[in-house]
Design a protein around this ligand. Structure first.
Ligand code: GLA
Length: 382
């Protein structure tokens, strides 16, 4: 499928700009567990997937740069001097953001032409934005020989998201997209920004992603708000981040914070512990424990962290009713997007059919079901 995508951008680039291009593929990501822990310096368990963004890019002699979003059939022409975020700029802000953040590092980015296309379902919470940022960071780094390491590139991508898209995201998405390893998930320490790969084999089970196909409006402001709460509680606890807190310590300041802030901080502490338990359960092939941790994670995201929504809760509840689904939770920032579930391989089709039918009956719209392969991170395609 990606071959087709790569061919498309290559061909379109050639027909528009009459030269060859450098091709970069940058994947989206899933996250097994560890949600909203990354900006708390905690642990997460993401993996790059076999869907992503293909970018064709080359230097240009003209005094403007061009970016073409093939899926949308939109071209944007811009000057690399005095870059500012656009109001409602959509995908343009990610491109501009990466260029601007490279310049902030004192790097000289010359003019370029580019065409990109993707096959990550939009709004699914599989980080099409991180894939896009990384593709440009990587492509520009190669093209203009900027000499950045992958670690430096993901910080550029993250800052583009902060300063040009206005989302104060953690590092998980950009990390997973850049550093993904085939057939593996990465136990990521978001403080050191280092990870340990775990080969993933869920035996009789396999991962199912169900996209609710909704993205509720408040997601960005609510995301930034959650981060603020975590920072406020950390400050009260006089620690750098909630990663350093225990439930006992949090209980010590219970009188100084609101009940809802307490619940949110407690969620982060518990979720962070769950990531560790999850990695232990993988080592022991304890599929039941894995599933149970997924359900616990969802419960916390729904009731304490309050980032779920009716559609996601509905999907997780249907999963719970089915004995062949061993665990399920919402994935990513929340307020829409996907759930991730562990489903018995030989019951996959049946559950897919059943849950799709029930979803349609309840919400009068369709959900979409995907299976994904865990794949390599951002790379140049020869
Ligand atoms: C979004 C952000 C990530 C992370 C997740 C929640 O995907 O971009 O940094 O915080 O939400 O785990």
């Amino acid at each position: 499928m990606n071959k087709k995508l790569i061919k498309e951008v290559k061909r379109s680039f050639k027909s528009q700009f009459k030269t060859d291009s450098l091709i970069v593929f940058s994947p989206g990501r899933i996250n097994l567990i560890g949600e909203h822990t990354d900006y708390n310096d905690g642990f997460a368990f993401p993996a790059a997937i076999n869907k992503g963004i293909a970018l064709a890019i080359s230097k240009s002699d003209s005094n403007v740069s061009k970016a073409c979003a093939l899926n949308k059939n939109e071209i944007y022409e811009f000057n690399t001097e005095n870059i500012k975020a656009l109001e409602d700029g959509g995908w343009r802000n990610y491109v501009l953001g990466v260029v601007a953040e490279l310049q902030m590092l004192g790097k000289h980015v010359g003019n370029f032409n580019s065409v990109f296309a993707g096959n990550i379902p939009g709004g699914a919470g599989m980080s099409s934005s991180a894939a896009l940022e990384n593709s440009f960071a990587y492509g520009l780094n190669e093209l203009f020989e900027l000499g950045l390491s992958k670690h430096e590139m993901i910080l550029v991508s993250q800052k583009a998201e902060h300063n040009f898209a206005g989302v104060k995201c953690g590092i998980m998405d950009q990390y997973a997209s850049m550093f993904g390893i085939k057939n593996s998930a990465l136990l990521l320490d978001c403080r050191t920004v280092e990870s340990q790969p775990y080969k993933i084999d869920f035996k009789d089970y396999k991962l199912m992603l169900i996209n609710s196909n909704v993205k509720h409006d408040l997601s960005e402001s609510a995301y930034n708000n959650r981060r603020e709460v975590c920072e406020k509680v950390s400050e009260l606890l006089q620690i750098d981040a909630l990663r350093d807190a225990s439930k006992e310590e949090l209980d010590g300041i219970i009188g100084d914070i609101s009940v809802v802030d307490y619940q949110k901080a407690l969620y982060v502490i518990n979720e962070n512990n769950r990531v560790q338990q999850f990695s232990e359960a993988i080592k022991k092939d304890d599929i039941e424990a894995l599933g149970d941790l997924l359900y616990q994670s969802h419960e916390g995201l729904r009731k304490n962290y309050k980032v779920s929504c009716d559609e996601l809760d509905f999907l997780v509840d249907r999963a719970k009713e089915n004995p062949h689904v061993i665990g399920s939770r919402m994935m990513g920032g929340g307020f829409g997007g996907c759930t991730i579930s562990l489903v018995k391989k030989n019951e996959f089709k049946k559950f897919k059919k059943e849950v799709s039918k029930k979803f349609r009956a309840a919400f009068e719209k369709d959900c979409s079901v995907y299976s994904v392969k865990l794949s390599q991170g951002t790379q140049v395609v020869k």
